[in-house]
Structure formats: structure tokens, C-alpha cells
Design a protein around this ligand. Structure first.
Ligand code: PLP
Length: 424
């Protein structure tokens, strides 16, 4: 391709021009077919080119595309909030719409801090997160993200939030045996709250299944419940970052449901619109909004495009599609099938160390030696090599961070659209 003024992620790489997509396939301008094995950035949950969605798009655009949220609300935004409340059985009667997962994280952070202000505890303003996590690229969200590669250029200007170990059992950060560890990584949360002081901690944030920073790291049973118990014990809000895991990706609408945990705040993005438009949401439980209603009544957040009717109508159509076609249930069964297939590759190839994940959020970690779990050196760029080769063969995969030498291994995410069939 000739000279271009579009800034791309890697400036000296030529990106194929995409022509169109249908179902689980994308086609470039030369007609080459790609099986979308990672739904873009784990986003195209219902596949490409679904006509119901484009129809809803046109219908809303013909009515009105944009109104400003501080002047008007819209039927589409109200209906979407209602639908999300229904889907979550009334646990989150309040939704705040934004345009990206990063903004959803920022909103969650701000609401958590405001909640304690409204309750007369303004000093309760720290948020604890985990190493091996990704909550977004904006500076607030990045501050809480344990993702060394994405942080390193900005370390000096990032707020330093306290972080605890991740439940990375394949390479336990605490060097413990997963059978006898007593969930020591979850207990670190209690230690951190005690160290900082309960009166200074507003919230704890975690991805139920770790995505970009670890390739589908799934916690052991009991871990998520333990974190929630600790939060309750110390009056700390629990924020579940379900930007990647939400909307059926792991086989349930929200991944937190796997462990019966109800977070106080949930963030959604990606699959919320299946990629048909930029939209994300922060779902909020009633006590938080009641505290604001009985206090300042004002929410200082949001963006020009927040809750715009066009994105809301598109997202509503995607959610209707999800429920109509039992997409989360399908993801659960298809996920078991795909994971079994990946396990058979693991038997065959010595460089596959671990297969993990839930539903259709799966990860493959590469090793030099299966027995010793010796990781590839980071500068070997094994992940990029695999992804490049797969793409040449017409398969799209998602890179997960090979974060720190010796701490994280090189890994990829396999996460096709939730509509994928066994044959595909
Ligand atoms: N949270 C999680 C768990 C994510 O995976 C991502 C993106 O990958 C984000 C937040 C940020 O979302 P966005 O890229 O839409 O800002």
C-alpha cells in the first residue's frame, strides 16, 4: 500500500485492507478469507454481518442518531438500561453508558470513590487491583492495570495503585502448590486492605477471567467468592471488569455468575455491541446510586457520545439477538468442544505448556520445555510469530501479554465469535 496518513499500531507494518465480513469469517480486499478466531479483540461476539443488527442501525439512524445526554434521554438508551437490568435479574438497575471499556473502568473508579464521599468518607479513595490485569489504556484505568508492557512508557505519570498477585496457578506468583495454597493470592487482598487501612480503600477491581494480561487465566474455585467475602468484611466495593468476559463470552452472561458472586459494580464493553458500534457500560447496584440520590445527586462523568441513541439501539439489538439465540449457552458447549480440541494439540506439541479458560475465552501458553515450563524469552516474540503465521494461513488469533521475563509466559487468546459451529 502507498503512503497513508492513518496512524496504525505498528507504523512500519502493512495492514491488509478489509473488505467485508460474514459470520465467523472476514475477507480482505484481495478476497482472502480469515477465520476470526479471536473476534477481533474478543469483541465480535455474534459474528459479522448479522442483518438484524444492520436493520436496527438503519431504523434508529432514520429517527435520530445523536442527542446530548444532559439535554435529552432517548427510548433506545432507556430500553438498553432496562434490558441490562432484566438480564442481570435486577442486580444492576442502573447503567451508565460510555464508548469504550477504558471509560467504563474510569466511570467505575469514580463512582466507587464518590460513593464513599457521599457517605462522609472522602478519605476512602484507593482502589486495589492485581498484577496481570488489564482495565484500559486511559491513564486512570492504566494506573490500575498490572500490564507491564502497556504501562512502561508512562510509569512516571501513572498513579500508583496497590496491586496483589493474580491467581496464575500454572506459574504461581507466590510459588505455592495449588492443592495446598489455601488461596493465598486471594488472602493477599486482606493483607493489602489491612496495610493501607480499611478507611482508605474504596474498591477492589478484578477481571473474573484474566484476558489481555494473561490469556484466559481462570481462577480456582473459591477464589472469587473469597475476594468478595474480604471486600464485604472491610467495606470495600467489588468491581468486576467484565469488558472481555461479559455478554456470554465465558458461557454465562456475566463470568462472575460462575462463582455465584454479585459484584457491586460491573463494567461491560466489547461484546455489548458485538463490535457493531463503540459502546460500553458501567452497571451499578442500587445502594451506590441511592447514596448519590440522597447526597449530591450529581454524577460528574460521561462523554459527549455517552448514551447516544444510535449505539444504544445497536447494542439493544445485539442483546436481543443474544437472548433469542441462547448465545451464552452455545458458547458454553462450543467452548468445551474447542478446549478438548486444543488439549489434543497440547498432547501432540511439546511447545504447548498450558490450555486454559472458560467458554469461548481460551488461552494457549507456549513453553520451551513442557516439564520445566521454561518460558520463551520475551525478545523471542514467539506470540507475534505464531499470530503472524496463523494470519498467513487465514486464522486470526489475539496476543496476550508476555509481560515480565520469568513471570509471564508467551500466550495467545483463542476466542472466536460465540456463534461458531463445530465444523467451523
Ligand atoms: N477491561 C478489559 C478486561 C479489557 O480486556 C479491555 C480491553 O481489552 C479494557 C478494559 C479496555 O477496553 P477498551 O479497549 O474498549 O478501552
Amino acid at each position: 500500500m502507498g503512503k497513508s496518513s492513518l496512524i496504525k499500531p505498528v507504523l512500519d507494518v502493512e495492514y491488509p485492507v478489509i473488505s467485508h465480513g460474514k459470520g465467523v469469517f472476514l475477507y480482505d480486499a484481495f478476497g482472502k478469507e480469515y477465520l476470526d478466531g479471536c473476534s477481533g479483540a474478543v469483541t465480535a461476539n455474534i459474528g459479522h454481518g448479522v442483518e438484524e443488527i444492520t436493520k436496527a442501525m438503519i431504523e434508529q439512524a432514520e429517527k435520530v442518531s445523536f442527542v446530548y445526554r444532559s439535554q435529552f434521554t432517548s427510548e433506545a438508551a432507556e430500553q438498553l438500561a432496562l434490558k441490562l437490568s432484566d438480564l442481570t435479574h435486577g442486580d444492576y438497575p442502573w447503567s451508565f453508558f460510555v464508548n469504550s471499556g477504558s471509560e467504563a473502568t474510569e466511570t467505575a473508579m469514580k463512582l466507587a470513590i464518590q460513593y464513599w464521599q457521599e457517605r462522609g468518607k472522602p478519605q476512602k479513595n484507593r482502589i486495589i487491583s492485581r498484577w496481570m490485569s488489564y482495565h484500559g489504556i486511559t491513564l486512570g484505568a492504566l494506573s490500575m492495570s498490572g500490564h507491564p508492557v502497556r504501562r512502561e512508557r508512562f510509569t512516571e505519570i501513572l498513579e500508583s495503585y496497590p496491586a496483589i498477585s493474580a491467581p496464575y496457578c500454572y506459574r504461581c506468583p507466590m510459588q505455592l502448590d495449588s492443592k495446598s495454597c489455601g488461596l493465598a493470592c486471594a488472602n493477599e487482598l486482606e493483607a493489602a486492605i489491612r496495610r493501607i487501612g480499611e478507611n482508605h480503600v474504596a474498591a477492589f477491581i478484578a477481571e473474573p477471567v484474566i484476558g489481555a494480561a494473561g490469556a484466559a487465566i481462570t481462577p480456582p474455585n473459591g477464589y472469587f467468592q473469597k475476594l468478595k467475602q474480604i471486600c464485604e468484611k472491610y467495606n470495600v466495593l467489588f468491581i468486576a471488569d467484565e469488558v472481555m468476559t461479559g455478554m456470554g463470552r465465558t458461557g454465562k452472561l456475566l463470568a462472575s455468575e460462575h462463582w455465584g458472586v454479585k459484584p457491586d459494580i460491573v463494567t461491560l464493553g466489547k461484546g455489548l455491541s458485538g463490535g457493531y458500534t463503540p459502546i460500553a457500560a458501567t452497571l451499578v447496584s442500587d445502594p451506590i446510586i441511592q447514596a448519590i440520590l440522597h447526597g449530591s445527586k450529581i454524577i460528574m462523568g460521561g462523554h459527549t457520545f455517552s448514551a447516544n441513541p444510535l449505539s444504544c439501539a445497536i447494542s439493544l439489538a445485539v442483546l436481543n439477538y443474544l437472548t433469542k439465540h441462547d448465545i451464552a449457552e452455545h458458547a458454553a458447549t462450543a467452548g468445551v468442544y474447542l478446549k478438548n480440541k486444543l488439549h489434543s494439540l497440547e498432547q501432540k506439541y511439546s511447545f504447548i505448556g498450558d490450555i486454559r479458560g472458560k467458554g469461548l475465552l481460551l488461552g494457549i501458553e507456549f513453553v520451551q520445555n513442557k516439564k520445566t515450563k521454561k518460558p520463551f524469552p520475551l525478545d523471542a516474540s514467539i506470540t507475534n510469530t505464531v499470530i503472524k503465521l496463523a494470519m498467513e494461513h487465514g486464522l486470526l488469533l489475539y496476543p496476550a501479554a508476555a509481560g515480565e521475563e520469568g513471570v509471564t509466559g508467551a500466550a495467545i487468546i483463542v476466542a472466536p465469535p460465540l456463534t461458531i459451529t463445530e465444523k467451523e
